[in-house]
Design a protein around this ligand. Structure first.
Ligand SMILES: NC(=O)c1ccc[n+]([C@@H]2O[C@H](COP(=O)([O-])OP(=O)(O)OC[C@H]3O[C@@H](n4cnc5c(N)ncnc54)[C@H](OP(=O)(O)O)[C@@H]3O)[C@@H](O)[C@H]2O)c1
Length: 252
């Protein structure tokens, strides 16, 4: 199936590693021009070079999404530099470690406000011709997983935000969807760390996934690219779970 992404313009926050990088790579493979940001300037440079190597226009900047002004001004300038905007992927999280006040503030600033500010800054360009937003949540938002904490709660808020925004923006032909990945194994990522340092928890989590493996960044990117693309043109306000059967709640 042709996803219709050729010539689309996309912004991916946190696009140098892991799930964000797999999304940026796939969008570029499908012919979309891509802008990425992350904090590590060297990794941004490396990723932009690799994306350009796929024959598309690629740009990137070292931006911390917790710096609201810097994030908004980067989204605005990246939309202009790309020559418009069709797709926004809000991917950055402060992660799941910790439940003290600092952790709550970090997840609020990175996960919630990082997404809200990205959306607000991207909307003028997205509304100009219609567009699509995909927000990266997690299965930890929809079922009890680990100790109570800000990661699960803030990510749950994003699913609600996405649904409400999908209704508010439908008349502008802007679609808003979420994906909620289960455990995704990435070399050097969180589950790699857990495997090396908390092996009992890793093994027990793996044992709860009926498909018998953790997901890959590519598993998530494939679904995100489909949802973001014109091929999903009538899908908005949904939350797609990508977890190999890990969660047990029934979706109606
Ligand atoms: N991995 C999983 O099992 C899993 C499961 C469910 C949901 N998710 C969600 O998927 C998303 C991506 O996770 P991941 O595992 O791919 O993460 P990752 O491998 O740690 O990659 C995170 C990316 O975001 C960038 N980043 C982190 N903090 C940033 C900040 N404050 N400002 C700008 N860029 C920032 C990183 O680059 P710099 O460090 O250079 O900034 C990197 O490019 C997150 O929303 C996460 O909650 C992941």
């Amino acid at each position: 199936m042709d996803l219709g992404l050729k010539g689309n313009k996309a912004i991916v926050t946190g696009g140098t590693r892991g799930i964000g990088r797999a999304i940026a790579d796939l969008l570029a493979d499908e012919g979309a021009d891509v802008a990425i940001c992350a904090r590590n300037a060297g990794q941004v440079e490396e990723a932009v070079g690799a994306l350009k190597g796929k024959g598309v226009n690629a740009i990137g900047s070292a931006v911390d999404v917790m710096d609201g002004d810097a994030l908004k001004s980067w989204i605005t300038s990246a939309s202009k530099d790309l020559g418009g905007l069709d797709i926004l992927i809000a991917n950055v999280s402060a992660g799941g470690a910790g439940a003290d006040e600092n952790a709550w503030k970090a997840n609020f600033e990175a996960d919630v406000m990082g997404t809200v500010r990205s959306m607000e800054a991207a909307l003028p360009a997205l509304k100009d011709g219609g567009g699509s937003v995909v927000i990266i949540s997690t299965t930890a938002a929809i079922e009890c997983f680990g100790p109570p904490g800000p990661y699960n709660a803030m990510k749950a808020g994003l699913i609600n935000y996405a649904k409400n925004m999908s209704n508010a923006l439908a008349g502008d032909n802007v679609r808003v969807n979420c994906v909620s990945p289960g455990p995704i194994f990435i070399e050097g990522g969180a589950w790699n760390f857990i495997k090396d340092n908390m092996n009992e928890f890793y093994t027990s989590t793996l044992g709860q996934i009926p498909m018998g493996r953790m997901g890959s960044a590519q598993d998530v990117a494939n679904t995100v690219a489909f949802l973001a693309s014109p091929a999903s043109g009538f899908t908005t306000g949904t939350n797609v779970i990508i977890d190999g059967g890990f969660t047990k709640g029934v979706q109606y």
